[in-house]
Write a protein that binds this ligand. Structure first.
Ligand code: ATP
Length: 642
């Protein structure tokens, strides 16, 4: 059975004290643009008055022009000011229609302009702050989530807010439209207008039914969008591995499974929407037919007692035009606005979880003083899962300033984890780590990391030139300093062989370079910052023997004035170390110099013998130990530098 893809939980919990996360975002971010939002809302509302005028005026004009006995009257306008002859009434009506159009267009344009700036400025602030919060999260946050999920917070979720803000403004316009139209109808025929109120009430009840049912479905849809993104990213990122294992069909099956899940969930939401659409259209059509039937009856036979006055043909036309014009706004209001509200609510939960999830660095104001580079681990224990089984257990050692420390041990022993704790990518569960006597938890993470240089096992190169990668984070870097760092890292020679030299572009993630070249650029990047402490995590694993010797010499040169911690599978890399620490199952099992450890004839001595090919001299107890547990070290036998 194919087991390649294990979905991690995509959990973005919102802190309890935050009630409605969308409201929270509006409070936090829209406040600074209150004036613009206010002006835009007023403009939007006022624009509805001229927009509703044509239906009213046309009804009045038709009555007056076609039926001589009906006077030309308009609500709120004294009769003395209105024209009395048919010709002037026609001209006056045309003039009113043109004026209403101009006013409506002008107000709508101004409201759109002002609300547009307010909305897009607000969303820009949210996106930048969310990214800012994201990069300050501890690595644990990223461990627990898929990259696709995290990316979709910045892409899809912020876009959903954009969509909602657009619809919300349009919704406000629709609402104003309804209010103004009802106000006009009330002046024409109050009782019929009141009866017509049943239509929005029925639509509101329908929308309530719709939103309560669609909300949980939208939650699921969002979750499956994240899963589709993650799945696609996984397959494309690992395409070389997929092809080399000929697993294209499995990948296709996995993509098909998550895509089907998304399709089914989205289809449930769409089915519900279609049902709502149909029922709201029915309500609206019934209202239109009802107004026509009742209105015609009232125009021909007079109104029943309960409905007050009779209806003129012009007023009936105005009512029909308004009733017809209600459906679209009410439908838009209910579907688009409420739909995008549900989406935005789900999205804002994830955005707020990112914004508020991690505590800010409590020691942000305190900088790490001194630059000697003494490292002390004081009975440090740590577990990734918080469970009893510890990845690092009671680790205790001191690295003097300028010393070279080697950490060796089998795969999965906890070597990298020990150094990750030094960077505070994770905090120890027990014990203390000090640099130059200061507990690293009491200083800002930024100042701590400025003291540290790190070269990872599989270093990441950013899209850009080699120079930009070496001088990462420094604008206008001095070329001499870049070249010095590259020379120390053994990278200068191959860089200058490229046509564009230091200006050579490295592709996304540095694919256009070999593993060894990427590693040397990463070492140069770490050296460029001239940190007091340098961590090389298997940094020489992709490098040939000659280059390793070159880096070895550089390490020796560097070792005089900075502390270097080298995690090594090749024991030859750490042969000259001042202290070698042997880690097994998260614990330090041996420590000393290369010679001392060989004299002790323990695990290190056996590992050394395996690597230099003296397998006959290896102790029986070592051979008894699970071979697979030591696989990370066994594989190096042929390549050892002697
Ligand atoms: P290697 O030599 O293969 O790089 P290592 O000695 O550096 O191994 P670590 O990478 O520190 O070992 O891992 C120690 C243990 O912690 C392993 O069992 C690993 O699976 C586990 N581990 C590492 N990173 C995480 C993580 N982010 N979440 C949970 N467990 C992890």
């Amino acid at each position: 059975m194919w087991m390649g893809y294990m979905s991690k939980p995509s959990d973005f919990p919102v802190p309890n004290e935050i009630g409605n996360p969308l409201q929270h975002l509006i409070d936090q971010y829209a406040r600074s643009y209150t004036l613009r939002y206010g002006l835009a809302a007023i403009g939007m509302f006022l624009a509805q008055v001229p927009q509703r005028v044509p239906a009213l005026v046309v009804g009045v004009a038709l009555d007056a022009i076609l039926f001589a006995e009906i006077p030309y009257t308009l609500p709120l306008v004294p009769d003395g000011l209105l024209p009395t002859t048919t010709e002037t009434q026609v001209l006056f009506t045309v003039g009113l229609l043109v004026a209403a159009y101009l006013l409506d267009t002008g107000l709508n344009w101004a409201a759109g302009w002002i609300s547009g700036t307010a909305r897009y400025w607000t969303l820009h602030d949210i996106r930048v702050d969310t990214f800012d919060a994201l990069v300050t999260h501890q690595l644990r946050f990223f461990d627990d989530r898929q990259t696709g999920d995290v990316m979709s917070v910045l892409n899809n979720d912020v876009s959903n807010l954009t969509q909602f803000s657009e619809n919300a403004f349009r919704g406000l316009g629709f609402l104003s439209q309804l209010l103004v139209a009802f106000a006009f109808m009330l002046t024409l025929h109050p009782r019929l207008a009141t009866l017509l109120l049943l239509m929005p009430v029925a639509l509101a009840l329908l929308s309530r039914w719709y939103t309560t049912r669609v909300e949980p479905i939208y939650e699921e849809v969002r979750e499956s969008v994240g899963q589709v993104n993650s799945r696609l990213e996984n397959s494309i990122d690992g395409i070389a591995t997929v092809k080399s294992f000929a697993r294209e069909n499995d990948e296709r099956a996995a993509v098909e499974a998550v895509s089907k899940d998304y399709r089914d969930r989205k289809w449930s939401a769409i089915r519900l929407r279609l049902a709502f659409d149909l029922s709201s259209w029915t309500v609206s059509s019934l209202a239109f037919i009802g107004v026509f039937a009742l209105g015609t009856y009232m125009a021909l036979n007079g109104a029943p007692a309960l409905l007050g006055d009779a209806l003129t043909a012009g007023t009936l036309l105005t009512f029909l035009l308004y009733t017809k014009s209600f459906y679209q706004p009410v439908r838009q209001l209910m579907l688009d606005v409420l739909d995008s509200y549900e989406n935005a609510l789900a999205s804002s939960k994830r955005i707020v979880a990112v914004l508020e999830g991690d505590c800010p660095d409590p020691a942000a104001g305190h900088d790490l003083q001194g630059n000697a580079g003494k490292i002390t681990y004081d009975t440090v224990s740590f577990s990734y899962t918080g469970a009893d089984e510890q990845t690092v257990s009671r680790v205790d050692f001191t690295a003097e300033p300028g010393s070279l420390i080697g950490i060796v041990g089998p795969t999965g022993a906890g070597k990298s984890t020990i150094t990750k704790l030094l960077f505070r990518f994770y905090d120890p569960d027990e014990g203390t780590i000090r640099i130059d006597g200061t507990d690293i938890c009491e200083v800002s993470q930024r100042s701590l990391r400025e003291h540290l240089g790190y070269v990872a096992q599989d270093p990441f190169l950013f899209t850009g030139t080699i120079r930009e990668n070496i001088a990462y984070g420094v604008d206008d870097a001095d070329q001499t300093a870049v070249e010095e760092a590259a020379t120390l890292a053994g990278a200068h020679e191959f860089i200058t062989q490229f046509d564009a030299g230091y200006s050579t572009q490295v592709g996304e993630c540095g694919e256009s370079l070999s593993g060894g070249q990427r590693q040397r650029i990463a070492i140069a990047r770490a050296l460029f910052r001239d940190p007091a402490i340098l961590i090389l995590d298997e940094a020489t694993s992709h490098i040939d023997n000659e280059t390793e010797r070159q880096i070895q010499r550089s390490i020796d040169v560097l070792a005089g004035d900075r502390t270097i911690v080298v995690i090594a599978h090749r024991l030859s890399t750490v042969r000259n170390a001042d202290q070698i620490i042997v880690v097994e199952d998260g614990q330090i099992v041996e420590r000393g110099t290369h010679e001392q450890l060989l004299d002790d004839s323990g695990t290190y001595a056996d590992l050394w013998r395996v690597q230099v090919g003296e397998t006959d001299a290896v102790s029986d107890s070592f051979l008894d130990t699970t071979v697979s547990n030591r696989s990370g070290l066994d594989g190096e036998t042929d390549e050892v530098v002697r």
